[in-house]
Design a protein around this ligand. Structure first.
Ligand code: 9G3
Length: 578
């Protein structure tokens, strides 16, 4: 590709509203341009990278016998009413009417479409297992699109769906999909973790894993053990309960609770100062509204409520912290003095708060707390459950190691769906004994366009992007120092043709530009190998520099071409070659 004709509008500066470094660099290096908030055009180099990522995904999907198809973006909303999800998603689901006034949604995902398609075409277990996938644009009207491709409103996803006659058969496909995802993210050069995750609204009955690219910009928190391979999204992560030994429960039970006058002591920090006790001896009482009903949640002063876990424990659709007015109405006291004693609403207490032999809690009276309160004696919890966030430094439940936190970008998510959609939509097969049985399903997503940003977040420096070779828009960037010099342009063309003949993707910077600008652009665009043809061209020597290294070196032309060709072999072998 000759750069003089290439549509590659690089920028010196990123727009001020681009906060994430990947967003800034993809804009500055001319890979994407914003059309509207959360909606992007992929310019030629951006599209080349997207295609390379997509090809890696296709190779790994085809390797596990998944079959590619393409479903429509326009989905009749009757399907969403049939699946019961029409009212689950609000403004995020983009709906419109066609010329016949029929309502459609722009597809955010395709469980409904694929299940009705399979319902009408698959009738016998002999046609199973069946895994279908597509690489297609998804539409989700995010309230706050941000960080460029990391959270867009129109994005490229690979979504796969598998259909089975038994859970064992699903488990087999799920394991193969899990392995294929590892291969895909490794080939894309991502530093990622596969983590146990929460299925959320999709309702994965049998478990779900997310694939997280580690990056500080990531919205998710990955909890991983420093000693074993336990890793989970914070939404789901559990930690070992450290067993208390110091105080005997019977002693605590013998002492009646006492009233403490605690004027102005509203927060745990103030209570620590006032009582001289550590936060892990104190219990905060938070009032939540679960599907509109008030619930008291008791948790140790040094812990945080995990609302994903709490929602599951309460089997609530909607869950939110009650506001001050509701808290005062329910507890009879201003926020900061709420407590379980005398409350007439359900009380959920976190396991580790319940482990306390006795606790200090609000007295449900302004400026008063109770000490030596014993759960089960002075109040009866409705539920004792793990409703807390794991904390950094907690012990790993599996091996006792230390739990560490990392920020992560979700680039993949796989689910064992079970029969949730097949039952709702009536997709079943006759099994060996002629029985009609609902199909057992799995679904598997990869954020293809999001991978571009995740890779850039992990592979960049002060000069620009550093593409892993397998997904770089080109393998080699040839820069001619002065295109007026016949010797230089002839040598550059010779190298260009030789490398292209060897199957390398080569970009030739033949622009009438100062060499400083060309070299800056080359660093910004991030192609793995840079070959500069300049004053040494007359001696048949060129400057060779890897984008990952600071130093360049002088090589003979043959040596440079041979090295580039060898690298291609290496890159191909790292890849998923047959
Ligand atoms: C919607 C809207 C947004 C959504 C969904 C539905 C996320 C929705 C979950 C999934 C689950 C899997 C197949 C590929 C992998 C992920 N956001 N999800 O169902 F209507 Cl507006 O998409 N689907």
């Amino acid at each position: 590709m000759k750069q003089d004709k290439l549509f590659l509008p690089t920028l010196r500066e990123a727009p001020s509203d681009a906060e994430a470094v990947s967003h800034q660099l993809l804009l500055r290096a001319g890979y994407i341009r914003q059309t509207a908030s959360g909606i992007y055009s992929y310019l030629p180099l951006g599209w080349r990278v997207l295609r390379k990522v997509s090809e890696i995904v296709r190779e790994e999907m085809d390797r596990i016998d998944a079959q590619e198809l393409l479903m429509p973006a326009m989905q009749p909303t009757e399907l969403w009413k049939e699946s019961g999800r029409y009212h689950v998603y609000g403004q995020e689901l983009i709906r419109f009417h066609d010329r016949h006034d029929r309502e459609f949604a722009l597809g955010p995902t395709h469980e409904e479409v694929i299940t009705t398609l399979v319902r009408s075409e698959v009738s016998s277990y002999r046609q199973l297992p069946l895994t279908l996938y597509q690489i297609q644009t998804k539409f989700r009207d995010e309230r706050r699109p941000r960080f460029g491709l990391l959270r867009g409103r129109e994005f490229l996803m690979k979504d796969a769906y598998s259909f089975h006659r038994s859970w064992e058969e699903l488990d087999g496909t799920y394991r193969r999909m899990h392995q294929a995802y590892r291969a895909i993210f490794q080939r894309c050069g991502l530093d990622f973790r596969a983590v146990e995750a929460d299925a959320g609204a999709i309702g994965g009955e049998g478990g779900t894993h997310e694939f997280m690219a580690l990056a500080d910009i990531g919205e998710d928190t990955v909890v991983s053990c420093d000693s074993c391979d336990y890793a989970a999204n914070l939404e789901k992560a559990t930690a070992a309960r450290h067993i208390r030994v110091e105080e005997d429960r019977t002693i605590a039970a013998a002492r009646a609770f006492e009233k403490l006058h605690t004027p102005g002591v509203k927060t745990i920090r103030e209570l620590v100062t006032f009582t001289g006790l550590e936060a892990d001896r104190l219990v905060k009482t938070l009032i939540y509204e679960a599907d509109g009903q008030p619930v008291a949640v008791l948790i140790r002063g040094d812990h945080e409520v995990n609302e994903t876990k709490l929602k599951h424990v309460l089997q609530a659709e909607e869950l939110a912290l009650a506001d001050a007015a509701i808290t005062e109405r329910v507890t009879g006291a201003p926020v900061g003095f709420a407590g379980p004693v005398g409350l007439h609403i359900p009380i959920v207490i976190d396991c580790e708060a319940a482990d306390l032999p006795s606790m200090i809690v609000g007295a449900n009276e302004d400026s008063y707390h109770f000490s030596q309160v014993v759960a089960g004696r002075d109040f009866v919890p409705h539920t004792v459950a793990d409703v807390r966030n794991a904390a950094e430094g907690d012990r790993c439940l599996a091996c006792g190691g230390r739990l560490e936190f990392h920020r992560g970008i979700e680039v993949g998510h796989i689910f064992k769906l079970g029969t949730k959609y097949s039952e709702k939509l009536g997709a079943s097969v006759t099994d060996e004994s002629g029985q009609e049985k609902p199909l057992i399903m799995g679904c598997y997503g990869i954020g293809i366009s999001r991978i571009l940003s995740a890779v850039v977040e992990q592979n960049q420096d002060e000069n620009g992007i550093i593409w892993p070779a397998a997904i770089a828009p080109f393998h080699v960037h040839i820069v001619v120092v002065s295109i007026k010099d016949e010797v230089q342009t002839a040598l550059a063309r010779q190298i260009y043709q030789s490398l292209r003949r060897a199957g390398l993707d080569v970009l030739l910077d033949d622009r009438e530009e100062r060499v400083g600008v060309k070299l800056k652009d080359a660093d910004l665009v991030g192609i793995p190998v840079r070959i500069v043809v300049g004053k040494y061209a007359a001696d048949g020597r060129v400057e060779w520099k890897m984008r990952t290294e600071r130093e360049a070196m002088l090589l003979g032309v043959e040596e440079a071409c041979a090295m580039a060709k060898e690298m291609r072999q290496k890159w191909e072998s790292m890849g998923g070659g047959e």
